[in-house]
Design a protein around this ligand. Structure first.
Ligand code: ZN
Length: 313
């Protein structure tokens, strides 16, 4: 099956009240483990590549490896650049054969964000590649200092119509209380997504796909395995999966997961290393790490994204 862009995927997800998982992959093993989970559950999936992963895997490898993988895959798969920090990088990924790119100029002023996003959209759309952009600061509740402003650093619903219509993007990443990484909240702080803001944005942009970043839940079972076998990750609180499931029933059509995959992989790897000290066949260690990623992704596909069985919608 050829790679697809995200346009059709999001339309179906929107209508079907589920979300497409965007799993961050750091190497080819994780890519294979994620694709296996999508195939096993018959779910569409987005393979998300950060600029760091692009460098690590090698830009010329990625499309070739994906093309090989797709010979065996029967579910829709999009290859997506996550957090493209420059117009040039986005254009390069379009040229490399990515089917979706994210331009992240969210730290720029509103007008500059529009300008850069528009430039990427013009180039990407002429190559049948979809574009995601970000509005608002997906930082963390700890950064929330504007207590007198209802919206603070979150995406302001008043801005979204202008941003989407001026840029022509296909999906919009919004800030409603998620944060990147494992340590999103201060101890004792309660994770809360701002469903009131989500609903306001949804009302202004009917039928438009929204995206959540920083949505790892840091499953305690994965963390426990990692720490039981020599890891020293401090306690971490993620976004409760019930909140993500709720969001995926709204206009949220794509949810990004990175941290949870890393924790699962490293946990699986540490466990295999400790349990097999006499072995040196590296597959003894890497296969269980990949299996841990597949299990985690399957669980999320079924219980968080609600996307299982939607491959042939
Ligand atoms: Zn992100």
């Amino acid at each position: 099956m050829p790679l697809v862009n995200t346009k059709e995927m999001f339309l179906k997800a929107y209508q079907g009240h589920y979300a497409i998982p965007a799993f961050n992959v750091d190497n080819v093993d994780v890519m294979k483990a994620v694709l296996k989970a999508a195939e096993n559950t018959k779910s569409p999936v987005i393979i998300a590549i950060s600029s760091g992963a692009l460098k690590f895997i090698g830009e010329n490898y990625i499309r070739e490896v994906m093309d090989c993988a797709m010979k065996e895959i029967t579910v829709p798969v999009a290859l997506h650049l996550d957090h493209g920090k420059s117009v040039e990088l986005c254009k390069k990924c379009v040229d490399l054969g990515f089917t979706s790119v994210m331009i992240d100029a969210s730290s720029c002023e509103f007008e500059e964000n529009i300008r850069q996003t528009k430039e990427v959209v013009e180039y990407a759309h002429s190559h049948n590649v979809s574009v995601e952009s970000e509005l608002g600061a997906i930082a963390g509740i700890e950064d929330e200092v504007c207590v007198d402003d209802k919206y603070g650093h979150f995406t302001h619903p008043d801005d979204v119509i202008e941003f989407v219509s001026k840029t022509g993007i296909d999906s919009l990443a919004i800030a409603i209380g998620t944060a990147h990484g494992a340590y999103k909240f201060k101890p004792g702080q309660k994770p809360q997504l701002r469903f009131d803001i989500l609903e306001e944005i949804e009302a202004r942009l009917p039928n438009f796909p929204l995206v959540l970043h920083g949505a790892s839940s840091v499953p305690q079972a994965s963390l426990k395995i990692l720490n039981s076998y020599g890891g020293k990750m401090p306690e971490a609180i993620g976004i409760p999966e019930a909140m993500l499931l709720e969001a995926s029933k709204h206009a949220v059509c794509k949810i990004n997961v990175g941290t949870d995959i890393r924790v699962a992989y490293v946990g699986g790897l540490r466990k295999a290393l400790v349990e097999n000290p006499e072995k040196f066949d590296l597959r003894t260690f890497i296969a269980p790490a990949m299996d841990a990623v597949t299990a985690l992704c399957e669980d999320k596909i079924k219980n968080v994204f609600n996307s299982a069985g939607h491959a042939n919608d």
